[in-house]
Design a protein around this ligand. Sequence first.
Ligand SMILES: [Zn+2]
Length: 271
Amino acid sequence: MLFDSHAHFDAAATDLDVGAVMGRAQAAGVGQVMAVGGSETLNRGALAVADAFPGQARAAIGFGRDLAPALTVGTRDVLAQAMAALEAQIVAHPGKVKAIGEIGLDFHYTPETADAQGVLFWAQLQLARKRGLPVVVHSRDADEVTLSNLATFAQPSEGYTGGRGVLHCFTGGERFSRALLEIGFYISFSGIVTFRNAEALRAVARRIPDDRLLIETDSPYLAPVPMRGNPNEPAYVRHVAEALAEARSCSVDEIAQLTTENARRLFAFTV
Ligand SMILES: [Zn+2]
């Protein structure tokens, strides 16, 4: 069985047939899916999938870096209200929300909002800590700031074992991956690892310990080879597993087994 640790379902996408998508995932051996939010409509989509497919899916909800300027503007009330709204959704869906995400920093596309992104990121790490949930983290061209936030989050304190999580759609280098592993984080590879020019990334993937490796589609974005040009969906996570199996000189079954175990452990899946 395969586990897609990161797929989006936009509640505002009227042409999205979630039943068909989940059916094709099941038929392709993708037994479980983490439905990941990041905005109002992605959060609603993730919760709807977790509610509708209790044997297959759970949700992560959170606010992505694009929302940072709006959520950190003016008084701190705006941010506090956004955090309260997330917490209310967690409480309203008992057992369905297994992570806060996706959250994080992107200094590649929006370096001008770096400060606001940092404020929103930290607030959500605090929420994850309060709720005892792992985090699903995006980081692009922000290695240092991401790491310093996550290192603090991962620190144990009295009555708290320390924050856990995954760096999703990993495209970083060896050093970044090692630092994340050191603070107990998981590393998730997307369809990017199937790209012809991704030899450096496959070299990083080769060295991730068995017990920290995850796979994902990040659907509907980033379709893997050989599905380029199509909307991505969880069924295609098999192609990511195949690329990793080749990079790590092991079987697809082994990749499937260990990444499923890892995802189930990280997200406390009991289904
Ligand atoms: Zn994503």
